[in-house]
Ligand binder design. Structure first.
Ligand SMILES: Cc1ncc(C[n+]2csc(CCOP(=O)(O)OP(=O)(O)O)c2C)c(N)n1
Ligand code: SF4
Length: 542
């Protein structure tokens, strides 16, 4: 079979394509973006007519994926971990409807918050929804899990979560492909009520989900992704989940591992294997890249002393794991040695703090906003998530919040309700359609005195320039939800327009209702994107 050198994210895409996927639904978010981009740029996916356009947000992606599964076809939904918060309503309920065609929900967590607001562990969501979770330890397993995940979803008739982390998503390894499977035929669910979650039906469906749980554990006991390695030194047993298995084995390239080891790649946990390890070994070390979920479970309420991990300080409580931290926990390296190695790495790989690109339109908008606001004092700008969040850093120091996608408009509204007038929201075009519109409706309905700046660069800049669902639609959307057209103002954020921009912003800050200002200029990183340039010209946006 063909062997490819793939990122973990790409391996998942390839596994899903080879496994008979008919559509991927996603909203970009590091470190998950490359999964969908791989499908978008792959000729085989085009030949097979696999859907791969970006969704407006993670919730719409989850629901569209569920719709494709309803129609009997295999679908994958992808997002970063915080995206699952947005998709959570649909995700949790999809466990109760169950799937028809195989449905995979691939979620990429970001321990250490390389490019995220938090480091939440999506395995909790999988557990919350009570569905099986797959967690690869290598790129090959990532491929295999996507490939076999559809069959598993169809066998149990539930969605399957695949949980990956940044290092796996963004590192490459050789991956061996399997036979290319046909896509499913269009087939409606055999039970026409399966997807109708009226309470009387949902109760039955929920019981069905609970009844399936024993089968999930049984499957996990025999899973190719869970393995018990016998060991002679039973003073310590190790449980290594997902990528932590890889980190562990990096410490045993020359010397054999003599401790019993339980490698976990499929949840719920294989109960008998866990019991065997707990009984056999004097102490147990749990390695999981994320929250100490398994550790907490095995410690129990009373905290079994023989279980070690992040909760007792054997490993740090936060941040991602790495081979050196595990070496320290196993006493293969001293604290001083680990600090020394970290220092050496820092000397080679210099930190590169993020900054807005030279020539970015957000910069000109912030320079104008800062000047217009100077007479009111600081502390009034609620921002959102995108490249413009970097306006929090010097020399701009232009924003006072960044919480979750869409929160800029609603937080400005709440602050204005509290009497902070004027209150300003700064949001990007992609974030506006992702989650800003509903908040704008709240503000319009209550005639809140807020100034909303939709900084429109025609793209989803921060994640690498993906399509923006807002392209060419922002004024119409604002007018459609009730913003007075006289207070929807567009300008081009350029140095030469500075004074004009300051005047416009000042005027709107003084207005006691909702105004929307749209600084509009293309992201300089997308100027070579031929398709985007054509669309911009077609829509007459320049
Ligand atoms: C719920 C959620 N989904 C995805 C992301 C990842 N993400 C961060 S910024 C961003 C794009 C912002 O695009 P836009 O608002 O147009 O601003 P730009 O970066 O182009 O300035 C995305 C998708 C996230 N942080 N949270
Ligand atoms: S990528 Fe685009 S939007 Fe982001 S900072 Fe650079 S020019 Fe600005």
């Amino acid at each position: 079979m063909q062997k490819l050198l793939l990122l973990g994210a790409e391996a998942i895409a390839q596994g899903a394509i080879d496994g008979g996927m008919s559509g991927v639904y996603a909203y970009p978010g590091t470190p998950s973006t490359e999964i969908t981009e791989y499908v978008q740029h792959y000729d085989l996916a085009k030949e097979r007519n696999i859907h791969s356009q970006w969704s407006t947000n993670e919730k719409t992606a989850m629901e569209a994926g569920l719709g494709m599964s309803y129609a009997g076809k295999r679908a994958m939904v992808c997002m970063k971990h915080v995206g699952l918060n947005v998709a959570a309503d649909a995700f949790i309920n999809s466990a109760i409807t169950g799937s028809n065609g195989g449905l995979l929900v691939t979620v990429a967590d970001d321990p250490s918050m390389h490019s995220s607001q938090n480091e939440q562990d999506s395995r909790y969501y999988g557990k919350f929804a009570q569905i099986p979770i797959l967690e690869p330890s290598s790129q090959q397993e990532a491929y295999d899990m996507a490939y076999f995940g559809f069959q598993m979803s169809e066998k149990f008739r539930v969605p399957i979560m695949i949980r990956i982390t940044t290092r796996l998503a963004h590192s490459r390894a050789g991956v061996e492909r399997k036979e290319l499977l046909d896509q499913n035929e269009l087939t409606l669910p055999s039970n026409p009520k399966q997807f109708v979650l009226l309470p009387s039906i949902a109760r039955v469906q929920y019981k069905g989900l609970l009844d399936s749980f024993a089968g999930f554990i049984e499957d996990s006991e025999h899973s190719q992704f869970n393995h018990y390695y016998e060991g002679t030194d039973k003073s310590l047993g190790i449980i290594a989940c997902g990528l932590a298995y890889n980190y562990l084995m990096e410490n045993y390239q020359e010397n054999a591992l003599t401790h019993p080891l339980l490698k976990i790649g499929q949840y719920p946990m294989p109960r008998s294997k866990v019991e065997k390890l707990m009984e056999e070994c004097d102490e147990v070390l749990i390695l999981e890249d994320g929250y100490p979920i398994i550790e907490e479970l095995l410690k129990g309420y009373l905290g079994k002393e023989k279980v070690h991990g992040r909760l007792d300080g054997s490993l740090p409580r936060d941040g991602e794991l790495n081979p050196n931290l595990i070496a320290k926990a196993l006493k293969l390296a001293s604290e001083e040695e680990v600090i020394e190695i970290d220092k050496e790495i820092q000397d080679i790989v210099k930190a590169r703090p993020p900054a807005m690109c030279v020539g970015c339109g957000h910069i000109d908008a912030y320079n104008a906003l800062n000047e217009a606001l100077s007479e009111y004092g600081v502390g009034r700008v609620f921002s959102d998530i995108g490249c413009y969040t970097l306006g929090a850093l010097p020399p701009y120091n232009a924003i006072n919040s960044c919480v979750d996608m869409g929160a800029s408009i609603t937080m400005a509204k709440g602050a204005a309700d509290a009497g902070l007038v004027p209150a300003v929201s700064v949001i990007g075009d992609s974030t506006f359609t992702h989650s800003g519109i509903t908040g704008l409706i709240d503000a319009v309905n209550e005639e809140s005195p807020i100034t909303v700046i939709v900084s429109d660069n025609f793209t989803t800049g921060m994640t690498g320039g993906q399509d923006s669902a807002a392209l060419g639609k922002i004024e119409d959307i604002c007018e459609g939800v009730g913003v007075d057209p006289e207070h929807i103002i567009v300008f081009t954020p350029l140095k030469k327009n500075h004074d004009m921009m300051v005047e416009i912003i000042k005027k709107e800050l003084a207005y006691k209702g909702v105004s929307v200002i749209i600084p509009r200029r293309q992201c300089v990183q997308t100027t070579r994107n031929v398709a985007l340039n054509e669309r911009i010209t077609e829509l007459n946006l320049r």
